[in-house]
Design a protein around this ligand. Structure first.
Ligand code: NAD
Ligand code: TYD
Length: 340
């Protein structure tokens, strides 16, 4: 099988490529990535020379280029990870989110229609469901929960999901959608909560916690997400949505304190800053469907996953120090300068 993985130079896409090359060495993987600020070619250096791997620098919105690649490679499967993925950036500048996350998805699916495909898989997010109240721990997102978005990021992802559903119904495109909770693990860009706090703590810099720090996310180790997508590709039903999450809800402040403890850093580094606009209070996935239909269950417990993740950032300083020394500095000043 030939599989196009878009956004494969980013966090989850790269982990998915490693998973697929290991578990399905008979498949050919083509990584299509624009290499935005979030894409890092050095992440893929270990697989770059494999005979069944190809990297193509390309924008999913570039219709002509995407059609050209489909014409050349005749992929059997497309897994779309490519996206602008950071909520704070979407609040500062929504437009690129609409372009990449909505138009890009449509271009990919048009290519699938034109050249034929066995499966188009859309990697979506639990953020399309909006948020849940903190005082109702009995409530969870199911696949039937209405879409109800808060940020330009989540709205762009929800729009893409609606388009994917429409391409299935209107054109019969064999699609699946997965909506996963927050991921953590190796190669996550240091603008996101966990790697940002690890990097700042190691540099003895303030740890910026938004609002009261009580917002809850449902954390999943990235490998478990990759395994779930692999299962959906193999056994998931076309036209279906699958929620992915491991019943691992944690308050932001508890995660930051845990990171301080693990790194031997004082909690006095924690700095409460101005809250994110429209900040979602709580995310929590009900994974009953993917468990019941496909037998998926998360394998990595949070205590083990966070240990592995911290260890990875400690032993791969070259990977993230290069990132935080470049354009990221300007971003950080702009994003946090006025808040602290
Ligand atoms: P990321 O920001 O780390 O990586 C995104 C990748 O997409 C980068 O390599 C970037 O260069 C590439 N890209 C961006 N625009 C592109 C374009 N126009 N054409 C081609 N490539 C482009 O993101 P991530 O955290 O790995 O997330 C991957 C996907 O998973 C996204 O669709 C995101 O919405 C979804 N998701 C993420 C999480 C999470 O916790 N990180 C949770 C659920 C779902
Ligand atoms: P993030 O990693 O941006 O993921 P998402 O917003 O997609 O869930 O943020 C996770 C949580 O951490 C979210 O509630 C916002 C909060 N947060 C902070 O408190 N400080 C920070 O510097 C960042 C980046 C996030």
């Amino acid at each position: 099988m030939t599989i196009i993985v878009t956004g494969g130079a980013g966090f989850i896409g790269s982990n998915f490529i490693f998973h697929m090359l290991k578990e399905h060495p008979e498949d050919r993987i083509i990584c299509l990535d624009k290499l935005t600020y979030a894409g890092n070619l050095s992440t893929l250096k270990g697989v770059m020379d494999l005979p069944n791997f190809r990297f193509v620098k390309m924008d999913i919105c570039d219709r002509e280029a995407v059609y050209g690649l489909f014409e050349e490679e005749h992929p059997d499967v497309v897994v779309n990870f490519a996206a602008e993925s950071h909520v704070d950036r979407s609040i500062a500048n929504p437009e690129i989110f609409l372009e990449t996350n909505i138009i890009g998805t449509a271009v990919l699916m048009d290519a699938c229609r034109k050249y034929g495909i066995e499966r188009y898989h859309q990697v979506s997010t639990d953020e399309v469901y909006g948020d849940l109240p903190l005082d109702r721990p009995d409530l969870f997102f199911t696949e039937k929960t209405p879409l109800h978005t808060s940020s330009p990021y989540s709205s762009s992802k929800a729009s893409a999901d609606l388009l994917v559903g429409a391409y299935h119904r209107t054109y019969g495109l064999p699609v699946t959608i997965s909506r996963c909770s927050n991921n953590y693990g190796p190669y996550q860009f240091p603008e996101k909560l966990i790697p940002l706090m690890i990097a700042n703590a190691l540099a003895d810099k303030p740890l910026p916690v938004y609002g009261d720090g009580k917002n809850v996310r449902d954390w999943l180790y990235v490998e478990d997400h990759c395994k779930a997508i692999d299962l959906i590709l193999q056994h998931g039903r076309a036209g279906e949505v699958y929620n992915i999450g491991g019943h691992n809800e944690m308050g932001n402040i508890d995660i930051v304190k845990l990171i301080c403890k693990a790194l031997g850093k004082p909690e006095s580094l924690i700095t409460y800053v101005q809250d994110r606009k429209g900040h979602d209070r709580r995310y929590a996935i009900d994974p009953a469907k993917i468990h019941g239909e496909l037998g998926w269950l998360p394998e990595t417990k949070f205590a083990d996953g966070i240990k592995k993740t911290i260890e990875w950032y400690l032993t791969h300083k070259d990977w993230w120090e290069e990132i935080v020394s470049g354009e990221y500095q300007t971003y950080y000043e702009k994003m946090y300068g006025g808040k602290m």
